[in-house]
Write a protein that binds this ligand. Structure first.
Ligand code: MN
Length: 725
C-alpha cells in the first residue's frame, strides 16, 4: 500500500524541507477528511490522492500542485469548503482543488467527435491554471491504473472518456508518455479481447523480426560511428491503441500497419540532427515525400523532430525520428518537462527553461514572450480559448459560443424557435437574466412560452450574428404584419372617402394584381405594407384601385408641402421612368394639422401617417409626438414650402386686467395686425387677471409675432402666450 512515506521519498529528491512540511500538513488534513472512506480495492481512500500526488512528483511538480493533488477530492467527496482550504493552504492550493472538482463534476457521454473536441476545449478553458489539468490527468491516470475494480458499465464509460477526452488532452499538452499510458489502459479496458489479440500478435511479430531490426540498427550505428556522431538509438515501441485505430480507420491488416520498423536517433544538437539525417539518407534510400522537418516547423503542441522513412533491403519501410535530448524530453513529458528540467543543473537548464516556456507560449498563443523565468507559473494561468465559451444543453450536448454570449444567444444556437419563444433561462438550475454572460461548463436551460416573441432590447446584449439576425428578421416581419394590417385599414378609410364608396373586398383581384405589377411589387400585401409604413399615400392607392383619378376634396387647409425626397418619389415626381402614378391627384393628398399643437409655417414640424387621417402634422415640441416613438415607421419627413399663401389657425392665451372693454380692445388689436379671429373662449378669471383664449388665423410665425407685439402694446394686457399641446 502506497503511503505518505513513499511520497516523501520522491519529494525529498527535489523539494526543500519547508515545502515538504506543507505537503505533509495537506496529507494530514486529507487523511482526516477521507477518514473511513475506502476505495473499491479495500484500501483507505487517501491512498488514491497520495498516488496521484506521486505521479505529479515524478513530473517534479511544484509543492502547491502536490498539496492540491493530495486534497483533490476533499471538496467533492468530503464537503470541505474551498475557503477552509484557502485559509490552511493558501489561495493557490484552494483554487487548484476547486478547479479539479469542477472538472470532475462534468461527465462526458457522447460519441460525436465534434462534441469530444468541444469537451476537451471546455476542460482546458475551465482550468484557468494549466496545473489543474495536470492534476486531473494524474487523477485519471491513477484511476485507469486501478480500473479493474469498477463494474463493467462504469469501466467502459471511464475508458471511453479517457480515450476520447483525456488522452487527446495529454497529447495536446505534448505529454507523450502520459498519453501512451492512458491509451494503453483505456484500450485494454474498453476492448479487452481486441487488446489481448493484438498484443499477442505483436509479440509474435516482433520476435520474428528481431533479426532484421538488429541488422538495421547495427547498420545505422556503424555509419554514425564512422562519421564520429554522438548518439543513442531507441527502438520504437508500437502503441497498441494507435495500431488498432489505424487498422480500423484505414481498413488495413495488422501486417500492413505493423510492418514498419521504427527507430529514434537522439543526438546532442540541432546541427547534428541534420547531419544525422544526411548520413541516414546515404545509408538507405529515402522514400520520397516522407521527410518532415518538425524542427524548423514544430507541431501545434510544440513537438520537434526530423521524420523520415527509408526503403530497407528487407522489403519493409524504416521510419526514423531524429531529435536532440531536449526535444526528446519535451516530446515525452510535454508541459511537465518544465518541472523535470528544474531538477537538473539550473545554469545549464536555462536554455531548456526558455525553450519550455517558448513551447508553452506557442501552445497557448501568448503573443508577448515573458522573459523572467519566474513568470512561468503565471503563464500557467491562462485563457486557452479567450474567444470561446463552452456550455451544456440540459441533455448534455455541448455548444461552443463566442465569449460574452448570453442565454438568448444560446437559445438561438439551439434552434431559432427556441430563441423566438424564450422568456427566461436557468443556468445551473437557478433562474438567471437573459442578458447574463455564460460561463464555461454551465448547463443552460431555456424556458419558452408559445406566445412569446423576441424583444428588441435583446439586440443590446446578444453577441452571435445568428441571434441578431433572427431577432431582426422577426421584428421586421412583425413590423411587416403590423404594416400590412395598418395599411389595409388606411386603404379602407381612403376608399370610403371616394365617391364610389367601395370596400377593399369589392375590388377584384385582377385590378389588385395590375396595381402590384404597376408598382413593381410582388404581392398586394406589399402594397398594403407600403401604405401602412407610410411609403405610399392611401388616397392615391385608393384612386388607382378604383380608377378615380380625380381630386379628392381636401380638408380645410389645403397647403403645399415641400416633401422630402422619399415622398416625392412616392408620389411619382422623381421617377425617371414615366410615372405610372396619377400626378394630377397629388394635390388631393390628405394633410391635416394636429389640433393639439396647431403648427404654423416657421415651426419645426413632424409628419406622421395616421390611419384614416393621411398625414398629420405636429410641431416638433408637441407632447403627442412622443406617442409615435413606438411607431417610427409612421413618421414622414416634411418641410414647409418656401412660398405659402395660406392662413393657419393658432391658439393664444391672453391674460389681461379684468376691466370693461378689454376684450374689445384685444380683438381690435388682433384685427389691426391683419389676423382673423376664429374663436374666443373666456377662461376662469384668476384673482387679478381675466384669461381669454383666442383661436386666430395667421400666415406664419412672423405674422404671429406681429400680432403678439400689438397685443403686448396694450397696457391692460399682462401676458400673452401661444398654446401648444
Ligand atoms: Mn480522484
Amino acid at each position: 500500500m502506497y503511503t505518505i512515506d513513499d511520497l516523501n521519498q520522491s519529494l525529498a529528491a527535489y523539494l526543500p524541507e519547508d515545502q515538504r512540511s506543507k505537503i505533509h500538513a495537506a496529507y494530514e488534513f486529507g487523511a482526516q477528511a477521507h477518514e473511513g472512506q475506502t476505495r473499491l480495492n479495500g484500501e483507505p481512500y487517501i491512498t488514491h490522492p497520495l498516488q496521484v500526488a506521486s505521479i505529479l512528483a515524478e513530473m517534479r511538480m511544484d509543492a502547491d500542485s502536490i498539496a492540491a493533488a493530495i486534497l483533490h477530492d476533499v471538496i467533492e467527496d468530503t464537503g470541505t469548503a474551498k475557503e477552509d482550504l484557502a485559509k490552511l493552504f493558501g489561495q493557490d492550493v484552494a483554487d487548484l482543488v476547486d478547479g479539479v472538482s469542477k472538472i470532475t463534476q462534468i461527465s462526458f457521454d457522447t460519441r460525436e467527435e465534434a462534441q469530444a473536441e468541444y469537451f476537451r476545449k471546455m476542460l482546458l478553458a475551465m482550468s484557468q491554471d494549466l496545473r489543474v489539468i495536470l492534476i486531473k490527468l494524474a487523477d485519471r491516470l491513477h484511476n485507469m491504473r486501478t480500473i479493474e475494480y469498477l463494474k463493467v458499465k462504469k469501466r467502459h464509460r471511464i475508458a471511453r472518456e479517457t480515450l476520447d477526452i483525456y488522452a487527446p488532452i495529454a497529447q495536446r499538452l505534448g505529454m507523450h508518455q502520459t498519453r501512451l499510458e492512458l491509451e494503453e489502459l483505456g484500450f485494454a479496458a474498453l476492448h479487452p479481447l481486441r487488446h489481448g489479440v493484438l498484443q499477442k500478435v505483436m509479440r509474435k511479430y516482433s520476435g520474428n523480426r528481431k533479426d532484421i531490426i538488429q541488422k538495421i540498427d547495427q547498420m545505422l550505428r556503424d555509419r554514425l560511428d564512422e562519421r564520429g556522431v554522438k548518439y543513442r538509438i531507441e527502438g520504437r515501441e508500437k502503441n497498441l491503441y494507435s495500431l488498432y485505430k489505424k487498422m480500423k480507420e484505414k481498413q488495413l491488416s495488422f501486417q500492413e500497419v505493423y510492418d514498419v520498423y521504427g527507430f529514434r536517433i537522439i543526438v546532442d544538437s540541432i546541427d547534428t540532427c541534420y547531419r544525422t539525417l544526411g548520413i541516414v539518407h546515404n545509408t538507405l534510400k529515402p522514400i520520397p515525400a516522407k521527410f518532415k522537418d518538425y524542427i524548423a516547423i514544430p507541431k501545434e503542441n510544440g513537438y520537434q523532430s526530423l521524420h523520415t522513412a527509408l526503403f530497407s533491403t528487407y522489403g519493409v519501410p524504416v521510419e526514423i525520428q531524429i531529435r536532440t535530448e531536449e526535444m526528446h524530453r519535451l516530446a515525452e513529458a510535454g508541459i511537465a518537462a518544465h518541472w523535470l528540467y528544474k531538477t537538473k543543473d539550473s545554469d545549464h537548464g536555462s536554455y531548456n527553461h526558455q525553450r519550455a516556456r517558448g513551447w508553452l507560449s506557442n501552445l497557448i498563443e501568448i503573443q508577448q514572450q515573458t522573459v523572467d523565468s519566474g513568470e512561468f507559473l503565471d503563464n500557467m494561468r491562462v485563457d486557452l480559448f479567450p474567444d470561446e465559451v463552452y456550455v451544456f444543453t440540459p441533455k448534455g450536448k455541448i455548444l461552443a459560443l463566442p465569449r460574452g454570449a448570453t442565454p438568448v444567444d444560446f437559445a438561438y444556437a439551439v434552434h431559432s424557435d427556441v430563441g423566438n419563444r424564450c422568456v427566461a433561462a436557468r443556468i445551473d438550475r437557478s433562474l438567471t437574466a437573459l442578458s447574463t454572460p455564460l460561463k464555461n461548463g454551465s448547463t443552460v436551460e431555456i424556458i419558452t412560452a408559445p406566445s412569446a416573441s423576441p424583444n428588441p432590447a435583446w439586440l443590446n446584449f446578444v453577441v452571435t450574428s445568428r441571434a441578431r439576425s433572427h431577432i431582426r428578421h422577426f421584428l421586421k416581419h412583425l413590423n411587416r404584419d403590423k404594416g400590412i394590417e395598418l395599411g389595409a385599414r388606411m386603404l379602407e378609410g381612403a376608399l370610403a372617402q371616394l365617391p364610389v364608396n367601395k370596400k377593399l373586398a369589392d375590388i377584384d383581384d385582377a385590378r389588385k394584381i395590375g396595381l402590384v405589377k404597376e408598382y413593381g411589387l410582388e404581392s398586394f400585401d406589399d402594397v398594403l405594407e407600403q401604405v401602412g409604413v407610410g411609403n405610399r399615400i392611401p388616397q392615391l392607392v385608393a384612386k388607382h384601385l378604383t380608377d378615380e383619378i380625380g381630386v379628392i376634396e381636401a380638408p380645410k387647409s389645403r397647403h403645399q408641402f415641400a416633401f422630402h425626397k422619399s415622398i416625392a418619389r412616392w408620389i411619382g415626381l422623381n421617377r425617371s421612368k414615366p410615372a405610372p402614378l396619377a400626378i394630377k391627384g397629388t394635390e388631393g393628398l390628405v394633410v391635416s394639422y394636429a389640433r393639439c399643437c396647431r403648427p404654423i409655417p416657421g415651426d419645426p414640424i413632424r409628419g406622421f401617417v395616421t390611419k384614416g387621417k393621411g398625414i398629420v402634422i405636429h410641431t416638433d415640441s408637441c407632447p403627442n409626438v412622443a406617442d409615435y416613438k413606438k411607431h417610427p415607421e409612421q413618421e414622414i419627413r416634411v418641410e414647409w414650402d418656401e412660398a405659402i399663401d395660406a392662413q393657419f389657425q393658432v391658439d393664444i392665451k391672453i391674460e389681461a386686467v379684468e376691466q370693461r372693454g378689454v376684450l374689445a380692445k384685444t380683438a381690435a388689436a388682433i384685427s389691426e395686425a391683419e389676423a382673423n379671429i376664429v374663436n374666443v373662449d373666456m377662461g376662469d378669471a384668476d384673482r387679478r387677471y381675466a384669461v381669454s383664449y383666442f383661436t386666430i388665423e395667421v400666415q406664419d410665425r412672423v405674422h404671429l409675432a406681429q400680432v403678439m407685439r400689438r397685443l403686448k402694446a396694450l397696457k391692460e394686457v399682462h401676458k400673452i402666450s401661444r398654446r401648444k399641446g
